[in-house]
Design a protein around this ligand. Structure first.
Ligand SMILES: NC(=O)c1ccc[n+]([C@@H]2O[C@H](COP(=O)([O-])OP(=O)(O)OC[C@H]3O[C@@H](n4cnc5c(N)ncnc54)[C@H](OP(=O)(O)O)[C@@H]3O)[C@@H](O)[C@H]2O)c1
Length: 230
């Protein structure tokens, strides 16, 4: 398959590009910084574009079998529109070029999962605070993105991971239209699931993905988020 990957130069996106190539796919990695993209492969094209530039996306998306998005923005108190405007531009480019399959990464934090398994007390206290304060503009824009994707008329899947962290290998993760959802998702697992979803004839709608082994402690995650926020 020819997979177009937005956010390809991010932490999940680089894993996704590598895994897509290793699975035998052709990949187009889209980034605003093509000169920094670390992977070279005969089956890889690196395309420079900002997703706010609607016209630039048309040639990039044309001919794709699936479009995958791991676009991401750091927490900020400023307004955020990268998820919504960027995804609306991707959807428009797909419609214009007849590409049907779209898989986007959102977050489990945009919704309420009352049965969430093994959720530490610290997360139950801290997550609502983050989503209403330093993370508010990001999560509000993710919700706008989800609406755009659901209304797109495309063959879409929205993937909602939990707190992202890094493991060296793909694990036996839990994913799909399941609830309760876990607390953490490794980026390698997320990338693996995205590659699988690219070719999923069943086209599941809104799904979650949880990693259940070798997860970090809650305080490691909170410290990391606190230092990352602007
Ligand atoms: N961190 C968490 O715990 C967590 C939890 C749940 C969900 N998520 C979501 O999971 C996804 C992946 O996270 P991640 O940590 O792997 O992401 P990341 O490292 O922050 O990478 C996101 C990438 O998006 C690209 N991007 C941002 N604005 C862009 C624009 N205007 N045009 C084109 N590309 C743009 C950037 O690439 P360039 O700068 O190269 O253009 C960046 O490398 C994100 O959607 C994130 O919100 C994160």
């Amino acid at each position: 398959m020819r997979l177009v990957i937005f956010g390809a130069n991010g932490q999940t996106g680089r894993l996704l590009a590598r895994q897509a190539l290793d699975a035998g796919h052709t990949a187009v990695a889209v980034t605003r910084r093509p000169e920094d993209f670390p992977i070279a492969d005969p089956a890889l094209t690196v395309a420079g574009a900002d997703v706010h530039d609607a016209a630039a996306l048309i040639d990039i998306v044309a001919g794709a079998d699936a479009v995958l998005s791991t676009l991401g923005v750091t927490f900020t108190r400023e307004p955020v529109d990268t998820y919504s405007v960027g995804t609306a531009n991707i959807v428009a480019a797909m419609r214009q070029t007849g590409v049907r399959r779209l898989v986007v990464v959102s977050s489990a934090a945009v919704d309420h999962y009352p049965g969430r398994t093994g959720t530490p007390f610290a997360l139950r206290v801290v997550e609502p605070i983050i989503t209403r304060t330093i993370g508010k503009t990001v999560y509000d824009d993710m919700r706008r993105m989800e609406t755009i994707v659901r209304d797109s008329g495309l063959d879409w899947t929205i993937v909602r991971p939990s707190g992202l962290f890094d493991l060296p290998c793909v694990t036996d993760y839990v994913a799909g239209e399941v609830d309760p959802v876990g607390t953490f998702t490794s980026r390698a697992d997320l990338a693996d699931y995205l590659v699988r979803l690219a070719d999923d004839a069943g086209h599941p709608g809104t799904v979650v993905i949880s990693t259940t082994v070798n997860t970090p402690t809650m305080w490691q995650m909170i410290r990391r988020e606190a230092f990352k926020s602007a």
